[in-house]
Design a protein around this ligand. Structure first.
Ligand SMILES: [Zn+2]
Length: 309
């Protein structure tokens, strides 16, 4: 299922990015803190660089100003000629590409850990665009072992047109860390400290990797995104109902055919009509209303991950 990394070069150039979405407050304030006191990001073999990814959106406490930065890091945007009409985030994506890339080249950073919050009840959710990255699967397994009280799952997302667009896609390897539930623009102490712990564990894992530690083979359940489900809508496109109370907050739990997913304003239930059990993720995420997404459907897959020798 997974390929082995072709070489085991130490990861020396590592960045921790926060505020990619300017109203996801754990990453915003962790990175602001580390920009003042970076000691927590230092390990014997490397020092991770804190980066406030979207300073203008952070100042405005908005997800983005003109365009979603976490969709703007495509080679098409990064390599196109700048124009005065470019959205702020497209310009910022090119700056990040200068700082942490260039994407797809040998000069790019070795690893970006990009910090996010979600309003959905996901717990810890690692998002990997790299379907074959055994490094990311070993990282997820390490975080599970180090933090037994925190459910930690890996969501594999392959962009539909096979062109990666996330901030971490600028580096050679990277992962997105989602932590929820936390409202937009709100900082909760428990999630702030959880994210701090998860970042420390991630850097510890990279340090062990750099030291040449052997990581044994294991099996793990991962979740692979199958598609999106929109809210029920009226003829003119407005909402016709809410996420069903029996689905709300049940991220990563099985949804079987015939179970309710929406409650219409008329009072009727809308049932899930698929053929097989799926695992909904990002249920009722605030930022996805504009994207016409009530939740993502995923499938759970058992994966055998080879040892990192
Ligand atoms: Zn985000």
């Amino acid at each position: 299922m997974c390929s082995l990394p072709t070489s085991r070069q130490p990861l020396r150039r590592v960045a921790v990015t926060g505020g990619t979405h300017g109203n996801e407050m754990c990453g915003v304030y962790l990175v602001k803190h580390w920009l003042q006191t970076p000691g927590e990001l230092q390990r014997p073999s490397f020092s991770a660089m804190p980066v406030l990814a979207n300073p203008a959106a952070t100042a405005a406490c908005r997800r983005y100003l003109g365009y979603d930065l976490n969709r703007a890091c495509t080679l098409t945007f990064l390599n196109s000629t700048a124009t005065p009409n470019d959205p702020y985030e497209v310009t910022r994506a090119r700056e990040l590409n200068q700082l942490l890339g260039p994407k797809g080249t040998d000069q790019a950073f070795d690893f970006i850990l990009d910090l996010h919050n979600t309003t959905a009840n996901t717990g810890v959710c690692l998002i990997s665009e790299e379907s074959q990255s055994s490094f990311n699967l070993h990282l997820c397994h390490y975080l599970q072992l180090q933090n037994p009280g925190l459910p930690c799952r890996l969501l594999q997302y392959e962009p539909p047109r096979a062109e990666t667009y996330s901030v971490e896609s600028v580096s050679k390897n990277g992962i997105g860390l989602e932590l929820g539930p936390q409202p937009q623009g709100v900082l909760r102490a428990n999630l702030f400290s959880q994210m701090r712990t998860l970042v420390a564990s991630t850097l510890d894992f990279i340090e062990l990797f750099n030291q040449g530690k052997a990581f044994p083979a294991f099996e793990i359940d991962i979740y692979r995104v199958l598609g999106k489900v929109d809210f029920p809508r009226t003829a003119d496109g407005d909402l016709a109902g809410t996420v069903h109370p029996q689905l709300q907050d049940h991220d990563f739990e099985p949804l079987r055919p015939g179970e309710p997913i929406f409650k219409l304003f008329s009072g009727e239930d809308v049932l899930y009509e698929g053929n097989s059990t799926v695992y909904p993720v990002f249920i009722n995420e605030a930022a996805y209303y504009e994207k016409h997404v009530a939740f993502l459907k995923s499938e759970r897959i058992r994966v055998s991950v080879p040892a990192l020798p």
